[in-house]
Design a binder for this molecule. Structure first.
Ligand code: BES
Ligand code: ZN
Ligand code: ZN
Length: 515
């Protein structure tokens, strides 16, 4: 899709269809809509008077030949309900754009002009939100369909900033939006792949590709290297699989920087890369097991974020760590009751081989620490319990650094991704005490999401650390007006915004963003 911006008038924009946001209970006889009403020969007031559209989020009114008044170049007009004007922020712009392009693509429209109407906001940020929302809206999970596949495409998108908008800011914003939107879709694409097509080896090849294409340092540890590092927790999960495990390490350094100084703040993102989770010997029931192909979404999120960071080039270094393996039952698999030794030296009694994510993250976090990370955000489809607690609306967040947690929550709020903090009092750690080893990998039925985090906390000693449990939010069972069903790409935008916020703070010299 060709992406353009315009600092001209929407009426003169040469596109097949214009999409315009309309707020709740907005009147056609004043302000912006008055002008549009005149340009369309009274179409807008006619639609609003007929109450065909009241401006509620998700409502659409679509008309052909809206240029009866001779004032519009576009031959089709889509009015998109955008909800309350006071609640209309950048994240709503992104949803407006996604909903508009999805609706218009389904009507075979090839070129779309977006009039997002977020007044008073930075033109570049509005353009970024619009482009990112449109790209995310156009993603479909139907890759392997040969019939009834969505073959239609929107070939050209024009973000219309309006007369007097800063053309350079629009252009730069649209470019950022393209990078972010494509990277979110990169993550969704990986998450969507069947287990057979997204083995640890293939995932590592994808990581290698982004490193080559966008310029990141990369190291992929194979089993022998992991054995040398003593990653017994990770390797205990990989044991049952015929697919060789991989640990991907991606490094982004700002220009001119070659290494991390002692004691310097260094952010690492660590993502769970279970390319298929059968549960292992503690085998999962068959129902819905096919969904366990998305158990590598945390890892795919790290790769998506690193892919974008390599292009956006923030002034802070970022490390990405993705331990990847299948979790399979076999004659070689780890058995419940086995005791394994993590890289940190801690011994773990494996009570349930289906609680494997925390085992691979334990060694992932330890390795990030070994590479000098001081601040770690890990992300994982870790527990079914998180969707019992928070559904598919909020991602669970826990950690040891309240300032970091607050920053991530706020970064998410700005891009329209919700995080809800669960407590992580030390009392929960009692639930993972083992009779035979230092800790065990499950903490009983109570507080399943929290005890999983309490387990990872054991390996985050001395770090500023936050943990995101995306099991409930990484997959959408239903399509939304602005997004298909399937992989959501949750947290990619939040983490990129977090890095941007940290960069701004670093440039302002206050070193903010958590300690
Ligand atoms: N990958 C699952 C968690 C999961 C469940 C992700 C549903 C997405 C959707 C994880 O490895 C797992 O199986 N967790 C167990 C932990 C239990 C054995 C303590 C769970 O949630 O049941
Ligand atoms: Zn599991
Ligand atoms: Zn899992």
């Amino acid at each position: 899709m060709e992406i353009q911006t315009s600092d001209g008038r929407y009426a003169e924009t040469d596109v097949q269809a214009l999409a315009v946001a309309v707020f709740k209970d907005e009147k056609a006889d004043e302000g912006f809509l008055k002008e549009l009403d005149a340009a369309t020969g009274g179409l807008v007031s006619s639609i609003l008077e007929a109450e065909e559209l009241k401006g509620k989020e998700g409502e659409m009114a679509y008309v052909h030949l809206p240029n009866a008044g001779g004032g519009l170049k576009a031959r089709r007009l889509l009015l998109v309900g955008a909800g309350e004007k006071d609640d209309y922020k950048l994240s709503q712009v992104s949803q407006f754009a996604g909903a508009a392009v999805r609706h218009l693509r389904a009507r075979s429209v090839k070129s779309v002009g977006l009039v997002a109407r977020l007044e008073g906001a930075d033109a570049g940020r509005v353009a970024a939100a619009a482009v990112e929302g449109a790209l995310i809206g156009l993603f479909e999970p139907d890759k392997y369909r040969t019939v009834d596949k969505e073959e239609r495409t929107v070939d050209r998108l024009v973000v219309i900033g309006g007369e007097g908008a800063d053309a350079e800011a629009l252009r730069r914003g649209a470019e950022r939006g393209r990078v972010v939107g494509e990277s979110v879709n990169f993550t969704r694409d990986l998450a969507n792949e069947p287990g057979a097509y997204m083995t640890p080896t293939i995932m590592a090849e994808r990581a290698q590709q982004i490193a080559n294409e966008f310029g990141l340092e990369i190291d992929v540890l194979d089993q022998a290297r992991m054995e040398e590092e003593g990653m017994g927790a990770f390797l205990s999960v990989a044991r049952g699989s015929d697919q060789p495990p991989k640990m991907m390490i991606l490094k982004y350094m700002p220009e001119g920087k070659t290494s991390i100084n002692d004691g310097e703040d260094y952010l690492a993102l660590v993502g769970k890369g279970i390319t298929f989770d059968t549960g292992g010997i503690s085998l999962k029931p068959g129902e819905n097991m096919e969904l366990m192909k998305y158990d590598m979404t945390g890892g795919a999120t790290v790769l998506g974020v690193m892919r974008a960071i390599a292009q956006l080039k923030p002034p802070v270094p970022v490390l990405g760590v993705v331990p990847a393996t299948e979790n399979m039952p076999s004659g070689k698999a780890t058995k419940p009751g086995d005791v394994v030794r993590a890289m940190s030296g801690k011994t773990i009694e494996v009570i349930n081989t289906d609680a494997e994510g925390r085992l691979i993250l334990a060694d992932g976090v330890s390795y990030a620490k070994k590479l000098g990370a001081t601040r770690v955000i890990d992300m994982a489809t870790l527990t079914g319990a998180v969707s019992i607690a928070l559904g598919d609306v909020n991602t669970g967040i826990m950690g040891t650094d309240q300032e970091l947690i607050n920053e991530v929550i706020e970064a998410g709020r700005e891009v329209g991704e919700k995080f809800w903090q669960l407590p992580l009092d030390k009392e929960y750690t009692k639930q993972i005490k083992s009779d035979i080893a230092d800790i065990k990998n499950v903490g009983g039925r109570k507080a399943g999401t929290i005890t999983a985090a309490a387990f990872i906390k054991e390996f985050a000693d001395g770090l500023s650390w936050a943990h995101l449990d995306i099991a409930g939010t990484a997959w959408g069972d239903e399509a939304k007006p602005f997004r298909s069903k399937g992989p959501t790409g949750v947290a990619v935008r939040t983490l990129l915004n977090y890095v941007e916020r940290v960069s701004r703070a670093a440039e302002a010299g206050d070193g903010g963003g958590g300690t």
